[in-house]
Design a protein around this ligand. Structure first.
Ligand SMILES: Cc1cc2nc3c(=O)[nH]c(=O)nc-3n(C[C@H](O)[C@H](O)[C@H](O)COP(=O)(O)O)c2cc1C
Length: 201
């Protein structure tokens, strides 16, 4: 069975052709790409069971932003993770097809806006469309990071700036490891989690 990935929201569809409409973000078949067969040692049943469990783990939800030739862009990510505390380092895994990963690779910097529980609109705005089609920062309120120039969303809880120290090519994605070099807080409300987002979207 062929697998088709939505390049906007990463939904995976199984079938001979891509779907007429993505059930998650609503884009048409032209936004789907055929996924290469990715081999691992897990049976489909085990992989599905593990993914279901991982889905419920409390990941955060973030807007990862970057800058290229003064152009700004950003995307939603649930793969941002703190990896060491002193020095404060974090990693984020971004699909190769995203415009944001292109900006991060070229600039060597990224910004992270930590989302709160009522930021569903920002998730739709930054996660369901690509900066290749729309200027996402044109219609939102943001601050410009002093160290990197990356934008941080004023409607989020907190904004940190990171400098990329290492980029690991994972085939479909790049794993960026970055050092946190600055940050600012805007609110102490509860953060959005991936599980909460899926339960309430
Ligand atoms: C809740 C949520 C989490 C996501 N997490 C990731 C992620 O960690 N990595 C990734 O490559 N895409 C992720 N995406 C998909 C991107 O945000 C999406 O493809 C975006 O449109 C890319 O935008 P860009 O092309 O402007 O960079 C996520 C989407 C949603 C809705």
């Amino acid at each position: 069975m062929k697998k088709w990935r939505c390049t906007v929201c990463n939904y995976v569809h199984e079938g001979d052709t891509p779907p007429e409409k993505c059930p998650i973000c609503g884009v048409g078949p032209e936004k789907f790409v055929l996924m290469e067969e990715v081999q691992d040692d897990l049976s489909d049943k085990k992989r599905d069971a593990i993914q279901k469990l991982l889905f419920n783990v409390s990941y955060g939800v973030y807007i990862i932003s970057s800058i290229k030739d003064e152009k700004l862009n950003g995307m939603v990510s649930n793969t941002f993770i703190q990896i060491t505390s002193t020095p404060l380092k974090a990693s984020v895994c971004l699909g190769k097809g995203t415009l944001t990963s292109e900006y991060v690779r070229e600039s060597g910097v990224f910004g992270v806006s930590i989302l709160g529980k009522d930021n569903h609109d920002l998730i739709k705005h930054f996660g369901y469309q690509s900066g290749r089609d729309v200027d996402k920062f044109k219609t939102v309120n943001y601050v410009t990071g002093e160290k990197t120039g990356c934008p941080g969303l004023l409607d989020s809880l907190c904004f940190v700036e990171c400098e990329v120290e290492q980029t690991i090519d994972l085939g479909t994605h790049y794993l960026f490891i970055g050092k946190v070099i600055d940050g600012d807080g805007f609110s102490e409300e509860e953060p959005m989690t991936y599980a909460y987002y899926h339960a309430t979207r």
